[in-house]
Design a binder for this molecule. Structure first.
Ligand SMILES: [Zn+2]
Length: 411
């Protein structure tokens, strides 16, 4: 693919500080903090000096203007890592001079635009943020994926500063959304509208099993919460906003990390809350809106794992808890629900539908190889279409990997 430069550029001063042509195709974006509220011109003259021995592909100045210093086809000297800079588009962003190296709203808005533009021109449909350094650096992006990396992984510094670092998840989500691929492939609650209760459970069960593998929260309990709070996915909030757990825009006094919610999409409605004396009060509130049920499940789990009350985790002990009665009590005691009979309700739903069948059983199943599974799929042991996907996912296998092997074997 031929390399191009961004049309967002309003100032260009090419720096002599670069290594010539890249040796690796672009599949990373590395945003940095300048450590100063610079102008595009000021940054340009700094990089123009050979004594600076540094550069970046782009700079975003304090007014959100974009400067070009090293063309995208060339490798900039920016992230203290040859391997990273060979494949990354590097962007210096005007920031404060001290931790958390805050960037103003113009800078951030331009960063979103520039990332969208870089992804588009380089054939990418998704921008990913993987906060675990070794996972991120070992991740092999698919041909349509771009990943974010940070200077602090390669040198003993804070760059891009904690202000931007804490927003990289949001940045990735926002850019991906603008690229139009979001989680468009996920399940929409609207598809549950005409299904029986039993069919809804069959349809979403595997999603909770998959979530438990990531979060460590019992699938049976989260699934029971889903049933109770979304009325089998048929509540107004679920149907209109894929919000299956009544997650409000902001939850008083709580902060947590790992949210997949984009931070701005909301659905406003009236809601009833039960008081300590059992009476009800009606309030109007903003609720989170998600592109899919999967996102709602992921955000709910991130909340349960990360929500704090002061410095204490609200739901300590929930991750890894293997008894649903105990898990339900941890959730109620942490202040999740105002209903006085919440624990009993959850437990009776779990028992009625035997939801523990969706919990991940540890140590029992010995894993089969992809080849073995592919042969079983071809022999018809895993059903077809959606059923096959659900069964394989519920059994803890990577459906896409198995299906890929099946296709190879059949071609
Ligand atoms: Zn840096």
């Amino acid at each position: 693919m031929g390399y191009t430069n961004s049309k967002l550029v309003v100032y260009k001063k090419l720096s002599p500080n670069h290594s010539g042509k890249r040796t690796h195709a672009i599949d990373r974006i590395t945003p940095h903090c300048v450590v100063g509220q610079c102008t595009a011109e000021g940054l340009g003259s700094w990089f123009a000096k050979t004594s600076t021995q540094a550069s970046s592909n782009y700079g975003i100045d304090k007014d959100g203007r974009v400067g070009l210093y090293v063309e995208e086809k060339n490798r900039s000297w920016c992230s203290s890592s040859n391997a990273n800079d060979q494949r990354a588009v590097t962007i210096e962003c005007a920031s404060d001079t001290k931790e958390p190296y805050t960037m103003n709203s113009k800078v951030y808005a331009t960063l979103v635009k520039l990332c969208v533009d870089i992804c588009k021109r380089n054939g990418k449909k998704k921008l990913l943020w993987i906060s675990n350094k070794s996972k991120a650096l070992n991740y092999v992006p698919k041909s349509d994926e771009m990943i974010l990396t940070v200077h602090r992984w390669f040198a003993n510094k804070s760059c891009p500063g904690n202000w931007l670092y804490s927003r990289l998840g949001k940045l990735a989500t926002e850019v991906t959304k603008q690229l139009g691929s979001s989680t468009a492939s996920g399940l929409k609650a609207s598809s549950l509208k005409d299904l029986s209760d039993a069919d809804v459970i069959k349809k979403v069960g595997a999603l909770f099993t998959a979530d438990m593998k990531k979060s460590g929260i019992l699938a049976s309990v989260s699934l029971a919460q889903f049933i109770l709070e979304s009325g089998y996915g048929k509540s107004e909030l679920a149907q209109k906003a894929n919000n299956c757990f009544g997650m409000k825009k902001s939850l008083s006094g709580n902060t947590w990390s790992g949210s997949v919610w984009d931070g701005k999409s909301v659905y406003t409605k009236k809601t009833k809350e039960q008081n300590k004396d059992g009476s009800y009060t009606t309030i109007t509130a903003d609720f989170r809106k998600y592109p899919s049920v999967e996102d709602s499940i992921a955000d709910h789990s991130a909340y349960l794992l990360g929500a704090k009350n002061g410095s204490k985790k609200r739901y300590a002990g929930l991750k890894g808890c293997k008894e649903y009665k105990k898990a339900a009590k941890i959730i109620k005691d942490g202040g999740y629900a105002t209903s006085l009979t919440y624990v009993d309700k959850l437990c009776s739903i779990i028992e009625k539908w035997k939801l523990t069948q969706y919990d991940v059983k540890s140590g029992s199943s010995s894993k089969k190889s992809i080849d073995t599974l592919a042969k079983e799929v071809i022999a018809g042991k895993w059903g077809n279409g959606e059923e096959r996907k659900q069964k394989l996912t519920a059994a803890g296998y990577d459906y896409n990997a198995v299906q890929k092997r099946v296709n190879e074997m059949l071609s």
